[in-house]
Every structure is written in structure tokens, then in C-alpha cells.
Design a protein around this ligand. Structure first.
Ligand SMILES: Nc1nc2c(c(=O)[nH]1)N[C@H]1C(S)=C(S)[C@@H](COP(=O)(O)OP(=O)(O)OC[C@H]3O[C@@H](n4cnc5c(N)ncnc54)[C@H](O)[C@@H]3O)O[C@H]1N2
Ligand code: MOO
Length: 449
């Protein structure tokens, strides 16, 4: 580690200390996708709520069918489709046509799929023509029993769980209408640099298009935040102060940012506007407090700063686009998770050691989204720093000790290329004590998709 460099783990802890979970609010289930629960949720109805058919076919009494599997001919006395309809009792020697999802009529205890009967198939829209059917006992009853998926009163999700699409479905099925969730945080994304031109602007000499602004805004949305994008701001401290004031100002709807993320101007240059503003806290308006400028032992993404601006947490990320993105994933995303109330958010982002000398290292990860994967190629580490390497998933060559069809990772291209990052499936995190990653070594990979 460089002299005075701070570990990634310690910086994550400081980031998390800066933010607190958002207040809770009640939302309709349909509006709550992507939010995080603040209450445990229990099923108010069983799923399915009644015994029903799992196949299109005939509802029968098993007692009418010989146990040895030989066929029986039954009188067909009615039809029952999914949805509300009168239920005809199935008497001895009788069968009722039944469609998938329809409630099982009284008396019946099994459904025989139509393709296994003398009828062969049902014609959509055509009325019933058969008065009898010949069929035999099957190995399974093809009945979905009430409560076999979820029982009334069962715990479906704990506080701290994010509402995924499937969870919205499971909650809807079991009677949930409104949920208590954390408010979505509003993140202000501000890019800084006099060289920056917004997307679509013509480039003059020395100018480049602002890519960090759109990229970090997209990353914050992907992390579950609402976003307001401001800037790009020139390297003028007064201009940056104005934009920061604007970001944190609470309007009539209470919509001031809950987190400010800036990119650029945080290293050692003479025009590093973020450093300049941080060095003169409170000179204009509420200003910066709790200022913490750090060299973090990572590459890319070394220069970082933290502060509050007008009481709102502020993460100042470096301007190099790949460093800005890596910093977002390692620092801003855990901050957003904590604001959103995701309980897995933790300060432990430091993966266990890997290296050529220990190719069968622990597969345990203490980074929530990191998964252990084998390197399919070798590359150099960055001793003293956590090296963040954009990687792509590739099939591993079949070899002794490798399960057929296993997946590994290779660098997506140059570590500093934004175009290569755009093709990456994840970020490999190579710890500071690793000089070299060899093919077959296990690396922790922060998955991006
Ligand atoms: N003397 C030193 N110089 C630098 C050091 C250092 O330790 N000592 N650290 C280097 C490292 S590492 C990084 S990372 C950069 C970070 O510096 P800043 O955060 O001040 O970033 P800028 O100087 O503003 O920009 C760096 C680079 O990225 C481009 N950039 C900035 N913003 C955007 C944007 N929104 N979209 C696209 N590209 C952007 C900018 O033009 C620069 O090329 O400092 C090193 N220097
Ligand atoms: O730490 Mo900087 O982000 O390398 O390029």
C-alpha cells in the first residue's frame, strides 16, 4: 500500500457512516417494484386458494379407476372451466370435463389429462360432444392443492428485501395490496471539468464529451435511485458551489438530493475544482462539512473525497471514466443500498487473497455481489492496491479439475478503456497482496449484469 493510502474496506466503511436509511412510506404494491421493504410480509390468503386442476382433462373419483391401471369407462356429466362457475358434483361412475385452473368439483380427487383418454383432445370453443370417456389411473393426480404454494399466514419476505418482479407476483397472489418501503433516494450526479461538453455539443479544441455524467446517472438508476443530473460544471469553484447548492436545495415537494455524487476535480491538479471547494468549506452558503480527502489503495480510482454539502452526503469520485465507474460500484452503490434500506449492504468489500501460489484459495466472499470465478487468462496485479479489472465471462477449457461447461473470466481489454468496460460482465477485484493472477486462480468478481 502506498504511504498514507487508505484501504478500500476502510473507505467503504467511511462512506457507509456518511449515509442513513431513507424514511419509510406506504406504497401500492404495483408502485413499489425496486423498493426495499421496511416490514416483514405474511400471506393473507393461501396460494392456490382452492384445490384445482393442473391439467386440461377429466375430474374423476380415483375409487372408480382400477388400481392396476386398466381402463374404465365413465359417464361425462358436465364441464368446469377456470373462473367462477357452478360446480357439478362428480358421482360414482362419473367424470366432469375440467380445464387447467378450474376448481376441483366435489367428489373428484384426480384429473386425467385429456390426451391420455379416449377423447384425445379438446377443441377450443367447441361444445362437449362426448357422453362417456375411457381412461385409466395415472401416476400423479394432477391436482394443485389449496395452500401448496403458500399457506395463509406464511412469511413471504423480510424487512430489508428488495421487491423484485417475482416477489411482486408472489405478494400479489397472496393478497398484498400496500407495502411499507423506504423512499427511493434522489441522487444528484454532477460532472466537473472545463473540458466537458454535454452530449450532442460540438467539440472545440481541447474539449471532450461528458461521458461520466450520463454513465453515473445510468449506474445510479440501475442501483435503484432516482437521479437528477446537473452540469457539467466548469473548473470554477463558484460555479460548483452554485450547482451543489442547487442539488441539495429542498423544493416545495421536498425533492432535494439525498446523495450527491461528483466526478472529477479531486486529484492534485491546479484546476481541481472539487479539492478547491472542499478546502474552503462554508465560504458560500451552508458549504462542506466533515471533509475527508483520501488516497485510496485501488487502481483505478485512487483519489477520492467525502463530505456533507448542506448536510447532504457527498461522494467525490475521480474523473477518469473507468476510475469513476469502479468507484461508483465500490463506494456509491453501497451508499445507495444503505439509503434504500437494503440490509445486505456492508462495509466489507475486501475480497480474500488470490495468487499463483494459492490457486485453490477460499471461495468465500464477503462482498455481497462478488462471486468467485476462475481466471481463464493471466494478468498482472497492482501490488499495494486493489486492482479493479473489467472482465468478460468465457467458457473455461475442459481440463483436469474443471467441471465441463464451467465459466471463467478474462480481462475485457485495457484496464483503462471505457469501451472495454462497456463489454465487461463484471469487475475482478485483485487484492493488494497479489502480484500476478495466473490462469486457474480464483478471483472475486463483482457482477455488473
Ligand atoms: N500529480 C498527480 N496527478 C494525478 C494523480 C495524482 O495522484 N497525482 N492521480 C491521477 C489519477 S489516478 C486520477 S484517477 C486522476 C483523477 O483526477 P480528477 O478526479 O481530478 O479528474 P480530472 O482531472 O477532472 O479528470 C481526469 C481525466 O478524466 C477526464 N474526465 C473528467 N471528467 C470527465 C467526464 N465527465 N467525462 C469524460 N471524461 C472525463 C478528464 O478529461 C481527464 O482526462 O488524476 C490523475 N492525476
Ligand atoms: O486512480 Mo485513477 O482512477 O487511476 O485513473
Amino acid at each position: 500500500m502506498e504511504p498514507q493510502a487508505r484501504s478500500v474496506t476502510e473507505h467503504v466503511e467511511r462512506v457507509l457512516a456518511l449515509v442513513a436509511p431513507m424514511p419509510a412510506e406506504a406504497r401500492s404494491l404495483e408502485d413499489a417494484f425496486g423498493s426495499v421493504l421496511t416490514e416483514d410480509l405474511y400471506a393473507s390468503v393461501s396460494v392456490p386458494p382452492f384445490d384445482g386442476a393442473a391439467m386440461d382433462g377429466y375430474a374423476v373419483r380415483l375409487a372408480d379407476l382400477p388400481p392396476d391401471g386398466s381402463p374404465a369407462t365413465l359417464e361425462v356429466t358436465g364441464d368446469v372451466a377456470a373462473g367462477p362457475s357452478g360446480l357439478t358434483e362428480v358421482g360414482t361412475g362419473q367424470a366432469v370435463r375440467i380445464m387447467t385452473g378450474a376448481p376441483l368439483p366435489p367428489g373428484a380427487d384426480a384429473v386425467i389429462p385429456v390426451e391420455r383418454t379416449s377423447t384425445g383432445r379438446f377443441v377450443a370453443g367447441a361444445p362437449r360432444a362426448e357422453d362417456s370417456v375411457t381412461l385409466a389411473r395415472q401416476s400423479r393426480p394432477h391436482v394443485r392443492c389449496a395452500g401448496e404454494d403458500v399457506r395463509q399466514g406464511e412469511l413471504l419476505a423480510r424487512a430489508g428485501t428488495e421487491l423484485t418482479a417475482a416477489l411482486v407476483g408472489a405478494l400479489a397472489a397472496s393478497g398484498t395490496v400496500r407495502v411499507a418501503v423506504r423512499r427511493r433516494p434522489l441522487v444528484a450526479v454532477v460532472s466537473t471539468g472545463s473540458e466537458l461538453v454535454p452530449i450532442g455539443g460540438a467539440l472545440g479544441p481541447g474539449q471532450i464529451t461528458d461521458s461520466n455524467g450520463p454513465m453515473l446517472a445510468a449506474a445510479a438508476r440501475a442501483a435503484g435511485a432516482d437521479v437528477v443530473r446537473l452540469g457539467p460544471v466548469t473548473d470554477d469553484p463558484a460555479a460548483l458551489r452554485r450547482v451543489l447548492d442547487q442539488a441539495v436545495r429542498t423544493d416545495a415537494d421536498g425533492a432535494g438530493a439525498d446523495l450527491v455524487v461528483t466526478a472529477g476535480g479531486v486529484s492534485a491538479g491546479a484546476a481541481d475544482v472539487v479539492r478547491e471547494v472542499l478546502a474552503a468549506p462554508g465560504s458560500n452558503g451552508p458549504g462542506a462539512t466533515d471533509v475527508d480527502v483520501a488516497t485510496v489503495a485501488m487502481s483505478p480510482g485512487k483519489p477520492q473525497a467525502l463530505a456533507h454539502w448542506g448536510g447532504v452526503p457527498w461522494l467525490a469520485l475521480p474523473g477518469n471514466p473507468v476510475g469513476a465507474y469502479a468507484s461508483f460500484e465500490l463506494f456509491a452503490r453501497p451508499a445507495i443500498d444503505r439509503l434504500r434500506g437494503v440490509e445486505a449492504a456492508s462495509g466489507r468489500h475486501h475480497p480474500p487473497g488470490v495468487g499463483c501460489s494459492e490457486s485453490t484459495v477460499s471461495t468465500q466472499s464477503n462482498t455481497p455481489r462478488a462471486v468467485p470465478l476462475a481466471a481463464a487468462a493471466g494478468w498482472s496485479g497492482s501490488p499495494g492496491r486493489l486492482l479493479v479489472v473489467p472482465v468478460r465471462l468465457v467458457p473455461l477449457p475442459d481440463a483436469a479439475g474443471t467441471a465441463p461447461g464451467s465459466t471463467g473470466v478474462v480481462p475485457a481489454g485495457s484496464h483503462h478503456s471505457l469501451a472495454a468496460l462497456a463489454t465487461a460482465d463484471g469487475l475482478a477485484l485483485v487484492p493488494p497482496d497479489v502480484e500476478k493472477v495466473c490462469p486457474g486462480d480464483i478471483v472475486q468478481v463483482l457482477m455488473l449484469r
